[in-house]
Design a protein around this ligand. Structure first.
Ligand code: PMP
Length: 427
């Protein structure tokens, strides 16, 4: 049973590999935006941005089975699928982003992106925003500033990491109409780094603030920061691991929402629908420059199976019109949640776009005192009622909503009705 499996898990899996719940059900099967436990109990999956085209998609299962029966090997061989997949990725990005590296995870993509930027300028200093998560390797961890993921995050930064205020227009230093001031502060910080002889080699950020609660960056933020970084001869990395690939509905990439073109883009999660697959996409010039100084090889990155998964995910996104679904169902869900906010004082704000939303829970709408304990209990109660949702942000008081892009209007309504019931009857 579930308790016995948990005990065995805790005996041999590292404790740091946490699962979502204190008493997690044993999940056996997935279908579209639902998961089923070993008692065949369904759960609406509102948290899983990895299974972007839906759990257990039969087209992916068929494509993988066919490819595994034919060939799987390392990427030093020449085969059609890796070429086709790279072409398809490059076609999704604006010029001059046309050169692809294939890896196995978001962490690897971020790690490689940082290396490309260091090789480009011959410098090391990196500017990151607070409340970010970019991965767990030494370099990706160094630029991950979220204290929710790592309570020591801000004390253990290497000297080459510099941080900017979290550009949070709801509860940060500048709010509402003042949010444009984050950009001016960021530009001033970059100028200061230049004056001190340590201009940033790299600026890295999610182009839509996923980890802080699923909110857009202030208007014009990256339009101010990117040119300032480039004036300092640095490169701009857009980490699209969470927010890119159609989830925002109106935009395929988060950087489109900000009206900028990055120098390096990192992608993972959704692109493999749960199969380990990640990518760095950059310019030919930046990629070639790296070649003169560094090394890259990934045995399984872009393997025949991984490339076929990547191609199939892109086919499904297009054929099932999932970006459009994210736009339509996301707008419906957001409107319903805003309706709930009129009824329940605990909801301080509803953030986000498409199927990347955040419901921020506060004990007091004026002071905006975060409600992390309530958020945790609400998540547990929602689980009992068959909905999986989890907290995010440094204050752990935002319900993070990023379901598979297959979410239906009925699924969205079920989520809203369940949250309404929990907020009405208690948790
Ligand atoms: N960047 C961002 C923005 C992420 O959200 C994550 C994963 N949560 C990563 C990088 C790391 O990706 P992975 O877990 O695939 O290594």
């Amino acid at each position: 049973d579930a308790a016995a499996l948990l005990e065995r898990r805790e005996r041999h899996l590292a404790a740091v590999q946490e699962h979502y719940f204190a008493d997690p059900p044993v999940i056996e099967r997935g279908w579209r935006h639902h998961l089923f436990d070993t008692d065949a109990r369904p759960y609406l999956d509102m948290v899983n941005n990895v299974a972007a085209v839906g759990h257990a998609h039969p087209r992916i299962a068929d494509a993988v089975a066919r490819q595994l029966n034919l060939l799987n090997t390392n990427s030093r061989f020449n085969y059609a699928s890796i070429v086709e997949f790279s072409e398809r990725l490059a076609a999704l990005l604006p010029d001059p982003l046309d050169t692809v590296f294939l890896v196995n995870s978001g962490t690897e993509a971020v790690d490689l992106a940082l290396r490309l930027s260091w090789a480009w300028s011959g410098r090391r200093d990196v500017l990151a925003v607070r409340e970010a998560y970019h991965g767990w390797s030494d370099a990706a961890d160094a630029v991950s500033t979220s204290v929710a993921d790592n309570p020591q995050a801000l004390e253990t930064r290497p000297a080459w990491v510099h941080t900017l205020d979290a550009p949070n227009a709801y509860r940060g230093r500048y709010r509402g109409a003042d949010a444009h001031r984050y950009a001016a502060d960021a530009v001033a910080a970059i100028e200061r780094m230049r004056a001190e002889g340590a201009p940033p080699a790299t600026f890295i950020a999610e182009p839509f603030y996923g980890n802080a609660g699923g909110m857009p960056l202030p208007d014009g933020y990256l339009q101010a920061v990117y040119p300032a970084v480039r004036r300092a001869a640095g490169l701009c990395i857009a980490d699209e691991v969470q927010v890119g690939y159609g989830r925002l509905g109106e935009f395929f990439w988060g950087f489109e929402q900000q009206g900028v073109v990055p120098d390096i883009v990192t992608v993972a999660k959704a692109m493999g629908n749960g199969h380990p697959l990640g990518a760095v996409i950059t310019t030919r010039e930046i990629a070639d420059h790296y070649r003169s100084q560094g090394y890259f090889f990934s045995s399984a990155g872009g393997s025949p199976v991984s490339s076929v998964v990547g191609l199939t995910v892109l086919d499904i996104l297009a054929d099932d019109r999932l970006q459009e679904n994210a736009r339509v169902v996301g707008a419906h869900l957001k409107a319903q949640l805003e309706g709930l906010a009129e009824k329940h004082e605990l909801i301080g704000a509803v953030h986000g776009l498409g199927l990347y939303l955040g419901v921020e829970l506060v004990r007091d709408r004026t002071t905006k005192e975060p409600a992390p304990r309530e958020t945790a209990m609400i998540c547990d109660r929602m689980r009992e009622l068959g909905v999986i949702v989890q907290p995010t942000s440094d204050r752990q008081c935002v319900l993070k909503i990023k379901p598979p892009l297959t979410l239906s209007r009925a699924g969205a309504d079920y989520f809203v009705d369940t949250l309404d019931a929990v907020l009405t009857h208690g948790w």
